[in-house]
Ligand binder design. Structure first.
Ligand code: ISL
Ligand code: CA
Length: 543
């Protein structure tokens, strides 16, 4: 078996924000095709395409009304076929976003399902009201509302772990599993190289009892990482995936290491790898939204746990659901460029498959919105509403939400300093960050010392190094500001990666594996003696 999906760099495209080709302010498939050469030049080997299927777009395509059709905003099926062909000509593979926990309420299955006598009734999860006419239980959604909506037509509630326009499918119904297999085969036959499986660890609901009371995602102990998932995943692999040269990465919400191993350990034959969130939450009190101080040693602890704990990691720092990493763990002010390079160095010296998100390669920063009215994201608006309902004052709501909003990474790609940032000639669907005049692809591509060229070099370095891809990971040093870890191929070579997550100059121990010759530097240093500049990253060849 070839290891292509372990070795190629994956680049996530959020279609509506990547490249507009017809001036309607929405990125589209012809736009993506027009940028394939740029991706090839960066060193991308796989595209993960966020949903382009037919959809009412209540959650930007994560609410699918037809899995076999394309959203007209993005183009046609012919455009999609051309994208597969043009990408293949450049040796770029494409994985599709498989959103099967739920569909849109406008999917024909759900439209039929509203009728109690329909054959599709059991495709979804319907329950009568409780004795007092209230929802069947106290579960709440990821968007901070009740997880049940009453349908007047059939006088029952249906379950939705996300928006009410995203009803959950019923995986106890074998017909649903067969439908999913057909959808997978459809895209694999068209040329897809696999799937990113949306919230895959939520598809099995063990019971419908009340959940332990909590502020967000109440009921989770009944639907996060339940035992029933595993058999379904093995079935999908055996009946579909094993018949194609493809791979899967499962997004697993609220997952811990034990559950992630159960989903992705090689000998379990379920998923090839999973996305987890721990490493992006070291500065958050319980998951998202409530900030606490970042500590580098805490980050190293989390990285070590996952790097050593999983057979194979899916390593990412940004996605369409996460803030921009330079604004999150870096410094998007004075040390913008240097800290973006530090984060690049960290990512590309991790063990696992590398997932980048559009704009990460040029150090795009969080959305510079000032008013909630500039926000489109459902989750942000839901959380704002929730905080408002418990009387959190506006200044505090903004303070918590601004760094976390999912729209931070959804602003249009900054291609050049021209009008519309080279993204669109029209009115963009979401605000373009004003810093596009300084932070853009065109400027960075032609400048040798840019973040873009730093990524490009790292991608090439990693491609040529077995140790960066497959070597063992071990922590060697950490304090509040600095972390260091080694990557080792036993008996062959060892590298040490040293990262200063602070705007201070610091001195750290200079002994053992903390000594070596400079292999990668983000400040252009020739030799290393244990003293680090602000936001410095250095990779040493130890032996
Ligand atoms: O659990 C989370 C973080 O710990 C959430 O971010 C959760 O993983 C996320 O909301 C699920 O995301 C995916 O499914 C959603 C969609 O809105 C997201 O864009 C998608 O990535 C519903 O399909
Ligand atoms: Ca368009």
């Amino acid at each position: 078996m070839s290891n292509w999906w372990k070795e190629r760099v994956v680049y996530q495209i959020y279609p509506r924000s990547f490249q507009d080709s017809n001036g309607d302010g929405i990125g589209d498939i012809p736009g993506i095709i027009s940028r394939l050469d740029e991706l090839r030049e960066l060193g991308v080997g796989i595209i993960w395409l966020s949903p382009v299927y037919k959809s009412p777009d209540i959650d930007n395509g994560y609410d699918i009304s037809d899995y076999r059709d394309i959203n007209p905003k993005f183009g046609t099926m012919a455009d999609m076929e051309q994208l597969f062909a043009e990408a293949a000509r450049r040796d770029i593979k494409i994985i599709m976003d498989l959103v099967i926990n739920h569909t849109s309420d406008e999917h024909e299955w759900f439209v039929h399902s509203r009728n109690k006598d329909s054959l599709f009734r059991d495709y979804y999860i319907w329950k009568p009201a409780d004795e007092d006419g209230n929802p069947p239980n106290n579960w709440t959604t990821f968007f901070a509302e009740s997880a049940w909506t009453f349908d007047p037509e059939s006088e029952e509630y249906y379950l939705h772990l996300f928006h009410e326009k995203q009803p959950d499918l019923n995986f106890r119904n074998p017909k649903v599993i067969e439908e999913v297999k057909k959808i997978m085969r459809f895209w694999l036959e068209k040329g897809a190289a696999g799937f990113r499986c949306d919230v895959i660890n939520l598809i099995w609901k063990t019971s419908f009892d009340d959940g332990i009371h909590r502020l967000a995602v109440c009921g989770r102990e009944h639907f996060v990482s339940q035992e029933g998932i595993h058999e379904i995943l093995r079935e999908l692999k055996r009946d579909v995936l094993d018949h194609y040269d493809c791979f899967t990465v499962g997004e697993s919400a609220l997952v811990n290491l034990r559950d992630a191993k159960m989903l992705s350990d090689t000998d379990r034959n379920e998923l090839d790898m999973v996305f987890y969130f721990d490493h992006l939450q070291v500065d958050r009190v319980v998951e998202k939204y409530m900030p606490k101080k970042f500590r580098a040693d805490k980050l190293l602890k989390v990285l070590t746990k996952w790097q050593q704990g999983l057979d194979w990691n899916a390593f990412y720092l940004e996605s369409h659901d996460q803030p921009r990493i330079v604004s999150h763990y870096g410094n998007d002010g004075e040390y913008w460029e240097r800290s973006a390079k530090l984060l690049a160095t960290m990512q590309f010296t991790m063990r696992g498959s590398m997932f980048m998100y559009q704009g990460q390669e040029i150090g795009m920063t969080n959305f510079d919105f000032t008013e909630m009215s500039q926000i489109d994201d459902l989750e942000t608006l839901g959380v704002d509403e929730l905080l408002r309902s418990v009387r959190v004052p506006e200044f505090l709501r903004k303070k918590w939400i601004m760094p976390c909003s999912r729209d931070n990474s959804r602003t249009p790609m900054q291609w050049n300093a021209g009008p519309g940032a080279g993204f669109t000639t029209g009115e963009p669907w979401l605000g373009i960050n004003k810093n596009y005049v300084n932070i853009n692809y065109e400027e960075q591509r032609q400048r040798a010392g840019s973040i873009y060229n730093y990524y490009r070099n790292l991608i090439r370095l990693r491609a040529s190094s077995e140790t960066f891809k497959y070597g063992d990971f071990a922590p060697v040093y950490s304090d509040k500001k600095v972390i260091a870890y080694t990557r080792t191929t036993h008996g062959v070579e060892q590298y040490t990666v040293i990262l200063n997550f602070s705007s201070d100059s610091v001195t750290i121990p200079f002994e053992g594996s903390m000594v070596g010759t400079v292999a990668v530097t983000n400040i252009g240093r020739k030799t290393y003696d244990g003293s680090l500049s602000p936001w410095e990253a250095v990779v040493l060849k130890v032996w």
